[in-house]
Write a protein that binds this ligand. Structure first.
Ligand code: SF4
Ligand code: SF4
Length: 95
């Protein structure tokens, strides 16, 4: 089991309120807003934390992805990038 799977297991043991708090904390750490691929459409829709939610509802021009530099990547054991176009880490892994 890798770090991401361990983190998912821990997350599942949390109460709904604790899950909400953890998501809010990660959202506050998300650095997507500083990414060259982050669009005004995403900003208007207040979209962030694609790695833990789902891909963007906006059309995305892939102009680079700074997810590998994000603190959430190390903390959650993420292995991918471009979550705004590919979907969440779970979706990409098919779990
Ligand atoms: S890894 Fe990417 S999508 Fe996830 S919180 Fe960080 S910048 Fe946002
Ligand atoms: S998921 Fe990656 S490519 Fe998309 S906006 Fe966030 S940092 Fe940029």
């Amino acid at each position: 089991m890798d770090k991401f799977e361990e983190m998912m297991q821990k997350m599942e043991q949390k109460s709904p309120e604790e899950k909400k708090q953890a998501m809010a904390k990660n959202r506050a750490m998300c650095i997507c807003a500083g990414c060259p691929s982050y669009s005004s459409c995403m900003k208007e829709k207040d979209e962030l934390l694609f790695c833990a939610t789902k891909k963007s509802t906006c059309s995305v021009e892939m102009e680079g992805c700074i997810c590998p530099n994000c603190p959430v990547t190390g903390m959650m054991g993420l292995k991918h990038a471009y979550y705004c176009t590919k979907g969440s880490e779970k979706e990409i892994r098919g779990i």
